[in-house]
Design a protein around this ligand. Sequence first.
Ligand SMILES: C[S@@+](CC[C@H](N)C(=O)[O-])C[C@H]1O[C@@H](n2cnc3c(N)ncnc32)[C@H](O)[C@@H]1O
Length: 236
Amino acid sequence: MVALRVGTDCSGIEAPLQALQQLGVPYQHVFSSEICPTVRKQLLANHSPQILYEDVLARDNNNAPYVDLYVAGWPCQGNSILGKRRGLADPRTRVVWSLLEYIHKQRPKVVMLENVANALRIDRGEQFNAVRSSLEDAGYVVQWRIICPKDIGVPVGRRRLYIVAVRTDLCFEFAWPTPQVHPIRLLDIIGPAPPGAHLNEPPGGGREAVGLSATIGPCIQKHCEIGACSRTSHGS
Ligand SMILES: C[S@@+](CC[C@H](N)C(=O)[O-])C[C@H]1O[C@@H](n2cnc3c(N)ncnc32)[C@H](O)[C@@H]1O
């Protein structure tokens, strides 16, 4: 199978690459961008992008490399219900224009953009409509959905807006995942605790032993060694 050329912006912990790995999709990690030095250290501990940009705003998108799949979650602080809800008046939110510029200049086959659910409503819907129109103007069929990850097999209860744009010439119809009847639990993912591990007492008593599986354990360990970056905390 030919390796998919993948680029991510505002790359964080590179969740999209974790997904490709778990799906067994061969990929070439062409670029990432991450402004936070601590997050960059973590990113490089787990992934090897051919180019790692620091501030995506400083990139010349005319000369940025082409990718087949482009994934980005633009900063959500201005859109979150936990913040001041300044939307596009918040300079962090306006990073989205750079992402759209990349898409217009390099025209990846498939684009996935992500933000907090409130991004659909903020600025009376103008931000979302501007993003959608820009993608359509660039020649994409655009779909979007609010999804709660726990309903599709990921033990996280935070609803998010997912925008999927497929270049019109591909005539490819994207299929959204089907919600599961029984949401997955964290315990199902991280597995039994190693002997002697400290356990939290769940409400109502009893102890459920949890530990780290071989897949997820090394990533979390690296994260703990490097330390968290406060600039990456997310709202909803
Ligand atoms: C919503 S998170 C993205 C999460 C990401 N999809 C993941 O899998 O972890 C936004 C990220 O964008 C980064 N960021 C914010 N402004 C940036 C900029 N101008 N250039 C590059 N990265 C930026 C933040 O540090 C943060 O890690």
